[in-house]
Design a protein around this ligand. Sequence first.
Ligand code: AMP
Ligand code: ZN
Length: 502
Amino acid sequence: MAIQVYDTLSRKKEELITRDPGKIGIYICGPTVYNYIHIGNGRTYLSFDIIIRYLRYRGYDVTYVRNITDIDDKIINKAREEGVSAEEIARRYTKAFHDDADGMGLARPTVEPKATEHIRSMIEMIEGLIKKGLAYVVDGDVYFEVTKFPGYGKLSHRSLTDMRAGERVEVDPRKHHPMDFALWKAAKPGEPAWESPWGMGRPGWHIECSAMSRKYLGDDFDIHGGGQDLIFPHHENEIAQSEGYTGKEFARYWMHGGMVNIGEEKMAKSLGNVILVRDLLKEHNPNVLRLLALGTHYRSPIDFGPEKLKEAESAYERFLNARRRIEHSLSSETVTMLPEKVELIGSLENASLEAKKKFIEAMDDDFNSAAALASMFELVKEINTFIEAFGGQMTIMAKDALEKADRILLELSGAVGLDLTLPEAVGVAEKLPDAIYELASVVLGIALDSKKKDQLLDEILERRNEARKNKDWAIADMIRDRLLKMGIEIEDTPLGSRWKIK
Ligand code: AMP
Ligand code: ZN
């Protein structure tokens, strides 16, 4: 089955048929650079990063365009507040955006056009729209006339009458219809401005994306995306401008990501309830953020809170634990064939292939990353069972099967941008897994040597104490929890920590 994509315009899942076979052109609305991005923005960019990486994994040659809106009222206001130029604000937050995007591990777009470098293309489109009778000029401003574009409202599934319902703001009497929107804004004193046939001014936000997508992807292209809050008016207006100008269908598929909410409210700069990507990255590995995005379908909302982060942390930890155990097993001594375990090998091989099949089916079905992740966890479970069954004594065939399972785990995680390579062991965590696994085998009675057990436990406690001293609570807790699972309890007393067998 081919990849299915949910299209906001048709409101159904459709088979992905690209304009040019094997190729995909995608345009994602990028940030307006006047502030640091929050995790709502971050989630949207991550969702499309996951989708784009997966399309590449499936063999598509993807041209990914994500713009920078570097001229806008918000930038001008911020510049005024700080008493610096709009260029300065745009430069500062473009750099900050790049740092955050790299920090999240986002693939760089193929092209990242800046609005201020494409003013001519915008003017050309606006002129065309005026010529076609779809736009009009008033006092140096240019407006798009929505009633002249028959499809206006088709993306947001609203009629012009619906749009006017609940209208509270005073209508600008110079506009022919209250929903008419600005293509070009006459400059006010002190604002950045460009020459145009209508006098000095600057483009409206919507025309920027119509002009830049057209320049890099053509009149018609495959996927246009952004967060659901952009459906109206931004994307509705882009369709009106682009289709009005070219007379062709603009994007074949419209994809929109769900919002990140805090309680009942959307996370938004204007509401002051934001958590910045850069702040989260100070405390969490970028793979944790990615797992947070992967764990929910891209179209569904995420109600963000500490428990969501915890879930993602523990998912990451579960993957890393499996990978540590795999590496440990593969590097342990190989034993000769134990005939009764042959069927285990066959079943791990089947489980690996099954996981890959389910992963692809899930991602092909409108990028159902939550189901894809579940298939990866099924594989992790099989891997853990396999390692336990062999109890550290693996044959060549067993190691082969485990290595293949590991390769598939890495292939699937890589397909959605998760990096499951084991982090460099640092400081206190160094060699910790080895000690724990060695201890596990001692406790499990594989090598009943109580002196060794005592030594290992003392060594592990020593590391845990160091972690506590460094306030590395996650590691300290992890050690305690793992020991507890083996039936060893740690007691923290004022005189230090002690262990006892439960
Ligand atoms: P903006 O800078 O507000 O234009 O937003 C940049 C991108 O982030 C757009 O694709 C928005 O749809 C998206 N976005 C903004 N707020 C949120 C949110 N709370 N949750 C998810 N995506 C969001
Ligand atoms: Zn846009």
